[in-house]
Design a protein around this ligand. Structure first.
Ligand code: CP
Length: 358
């Protein structure tokens, strides 16, 4: 069963196809208005969301399908101790496709290994957010007209910002991409993404904590919120949350065709005084997110065949849990097969991709 848990689950060709379908959906919405009649989307949101959940639901309704789901795990049997695997098996009896958001990293992967319908990762902890990347890619396509030869700055919480992680993975497959990582030292990009994605693909990159010094060279500035909900130390969050504030004054030094992206919600990191600047594209991203989710739902439902889930052949299964990341689904899910991905000398958890040290 085809699921999308990571942006790399979609090939570059498939991304191009999704963008082509999305553009056709914008031009000819009536062509698609009944195309998923009789199909149901289940939105299983164990963590708060405005954009992702409502855009998935809106997308399915615009395709002529219907929607079931929940937006608060407290009202589900997860609060009584039901596992993610059992939830996925049960929902497979009620719906044709699942969009799942979960605070634990790897939870949508566990769901996909147990569901008999496609599962889409709608954001898992600080790990990945592939459909946000689809929104980002359509926005870049429409605003810049290319995915190659771009200098892309990521600013803010690069440690916990899952849209940053997924977009860097996506950009690693294009040429001429230069990455500028702008964060305080406490919120730098995880080492595994720096080494296994940026360095492995020979992408030139710089790290700095000074936004103003690099702003003039950027083609895209990807701002992020400092993710207070993922901090153990709330004092540290208070100290870092307003570290970067993009405003009209700072935008004067940016290129005239630079675009500002942000997955939203924003807090203070983008001042409202640039909302009317034509370079501010974060609300266009929201609209593009719904269209790309429509295209993805249609693709996965078109490909869906009834098959039983299989163990992934790329994983090595272990008797005990080698993952020590405390926000990994493997720390709580009963009956889980502990799985490792081996790449040369290095190993990582199959669920949250944390590096496993010997
Ligand atoms: N961008 C994004 O994931 O927003 P929500 O948390 O509101 O879904």
């Amino acid at each position: 069963m085809r699921s999308v848990i990571d942006i790399l689950d979609l090939s570059v060709c498939e991304l191009d196809e999704l963008i082509k379908t999305a553009c056709d959906m914008i031009e000819n919405p009536e062509k698609y208005s009944d195309i998923c009649r009789g199909k149901k989307l289940a939105t299983l949101f164990f963590e708060p969301s405005t954009r992702t959940r409502l855009s998935f639901e809106s997308a399915m309704l615009e395709l002529g399908g219907s929607v079931i789901g929940f937006s608060d795990a407290k009202n589900t049997s997860a609060s009584k101790g039901e596992t993610v695997a059992d939830t996925a098996r049960v929902v497979s009896c009620y719906a044709d496709i699942i969009a799942m958001r979960h605070p634990l990293e790897g939870a949508p992967l566990v769901a996909s290994l147990n569901a008999s319908i496609p599962v889409i990762n709608a954001g898992d902890g600080g790990h990945a957010h592939p459909t946000q990347t689809l929104a980002d890619l359509l926005t870049i396509h429409r605003e810049k007209g290319r995915f190659n030869d771009l200098t892309v700055g990521f600013c803010g919480d690069l440690k916990y910002g899952r849209p940053v992680h997924s977009l860097i993975h996506a950009l690693s497959r294009y040429t001429g991409i230069k990455i500028v990582l702008i964060s305080p030292s406490e919120l730098v990009l995880p080492e595994n993404i720096k080494h296994d994605v940026i360095e492995k693909h020979n992408m030139p990159y710089v790290e700095t904590d000074d936004l103003e010094s690099v702003l003039p060279e950027l083609d895209i500035l990807y701002m992020t919120r400092v993710q207070g909900e993922r901090f153990d130390d709330q004092d540290e969050y208070e100290r870092l949350k307003s570290r970067y504030i993009l405003n009209a004054e700072k935008m004067k030094s940016a290129k005239s065709d630079m675009i500002v992206l942000h997955p939203l919600p924003r807090v203070e990191e983008i001042s409202v005084d640039i909302d009317k600047d034509p370079r501010a594209c974060y609300f266009k991203q929201v609209a593009n997110g719904k269209i790309m989710r429509k295209a993805l739902i249609l693709k996965l439902l078109s490909e869906a065949k009834l098959e039983h889930p299989a163990r992934n052949e790329n994983y090595t299964y272990t008797a005990t849990n080698p993952c020590t990341h405390k926000r990994c689904i493997s720390q709580v899910e009963r009956g889980l097969d502990f799985a490792v991905i081996q790449s040369g000398e290095s190993k990582c958890c199959a669920y949250c991709e944390s590096v496993i040290k010997n």
